[in-house]
Design a protein around this ligand. Structure first.
Ligand code: ADP
Length: 328
């Protein structure tokens, strides 16, 4: 059976980008068709300025939302990264295979390091080595497929490179994984700055739809989305990014195709209105289930405890094999 691994960082509240770019596929496809693990990657949240109590709260919230979105612990494994020591154990070995130059070429590192410096903070070493820990997350489970949004392509490529290099140097140990992306909305853009992705850690409220936003907040954000001064509704990602983003969101919510949808609308207002309602309807059942799960925190804790146990049992043999392959 295909092994699937993916994760979310508890660096902020989960967004529509996380849902359309990754989570929906986990729920609708991966947990049914594969042996799938979904991880709240809390160690990654420590790579930038953070409040520890908030990271803990957001981890529980992310787990609750994954279950609310439809992940079923009878079908897949949901757990928290820091509960399983194997990730950090393997990360060190992979750091000995990765190079400094490779790390510095990562686009997300450059962007995030610049952001930390602009805030007057210093750049943590872990921000540089973060993609190696991500590679360990993936390789520890013998992962075949990594369902992620477009923004993670470079990191999964690096993971493949490290797996191949390790295997060549020390003997075959790791499965070489590949990324899978959704056909539509693989990169949902910020509604206020449609040339940057909708990222949960940006905390730039008005351009980000959070999964727990009230219907009126969703409507307000979508109706105020930045478009352009044209009048005709056409699907052009390069030339008309704001409009293309709305068409993609609507298409992803309704199962349509952005190009076909552009022919249906004669005004931006009508498109925005339908997009807002489609998002509200998409989020309604998730929010309802989230509310129910919040009333039963013991259930979520139990799922995470079992998940960590299962994950540990899966990761340990691979990580042990990696140490043995080196002769340690
Ligand atoms: P974030 O950038 O919100 O902190 P994470 O690193 O936690 O996201 O990513 C969780 C998953 O959501 C990843 O698979 C990532 O590719 C996907 N994802 C995040 N933002 C977007 C987006 N704007 N559009 C599509 N997918 C996204």
């Amino acid at each position: 059976m295909t092994r699937v691994f993916s994760g979310v960082k508890p660096t902020g509240h989960l967004t529509l980008g996380n849902y359309l770019g990754a989570m929906r596929r986990w729920v609708e496809v991966d947990q049914h068709q594969a042996d799938a693990l979904f991880c709240i990657v809390d160690l990654h949240a420590l790579t930038v300025e953070h409040d520890p109590a908030r990271v803990r709260r957001l981890s529980r919230q992310a787990a609750t939302l994954l279950l609310a979105a439809g992940l079923d612990p009878r079908l897949c494994t949901v757990f928290v990264q820091s509960h399983v020591d194997e990730h950090a154990r393997l990360s060190y070995l992979l750091e000995c295979v990765a190079t400094d130059g490779e790390m510095r070429r990562m686009i997300q590192y450059k962007e995030k390091a610049a952001r930390e410096q602009a805030r007057g903070g210093s750049v943590r070493l872990s921000l540089l080595t973060y993609p190696v820990l991500m590679a360990a997350d993936i390789l520890a489970y013998g992962t075949d497929e990594v369902p992620v949004g477009d923004d993670q392509t470079q990191h999964v490529e690096l993971t493949r490179d490290l797996a191949v290099r390790f295997n060549q140097r020390y003997g075959h140990t790791f499965v070489v994984p590949r990324a899978t992306h959704p056909g539509v909305a693989a990169r949902v853009m910020n509604l206020q700055e449609p040339t940057s992705k909708m990222g949960k850690s940006d905390d730039t409220g008005p351009g980000i739809v959070y999964l727990l936003d009230e219907p009126d907040a969703v409507r307000r954000k979508v109706m105020r989305a930045v478009t352009d001064s044209g009048r005709d509704v056409v699907y052009d990602r390069q030339g008309r990014p704001g409009l293309a983003n709305l068409l993609e969101i609507l298409a992803a919510c309704t199962g349509g195709n952005p190009s076909d949808l552009s022919g249906v609308y004669e005004s931006y207002g009508a498109l925005k209105k339908d997009t807002a309602e489609a998002v509200v309807e998409l989020l309604r059942p998730v929010q309802q289930r989230h509310k129910e799960l919040c009333a039963d925190p013991g259930y979520v804790e139990g799922v995470l405890r079992d998940g960590a146990e299962r994950a540990r049992a899966m990761a340990r043999p691979t990580v042990d094999a990696a140490y043995r392959a080196i002769g340690l």
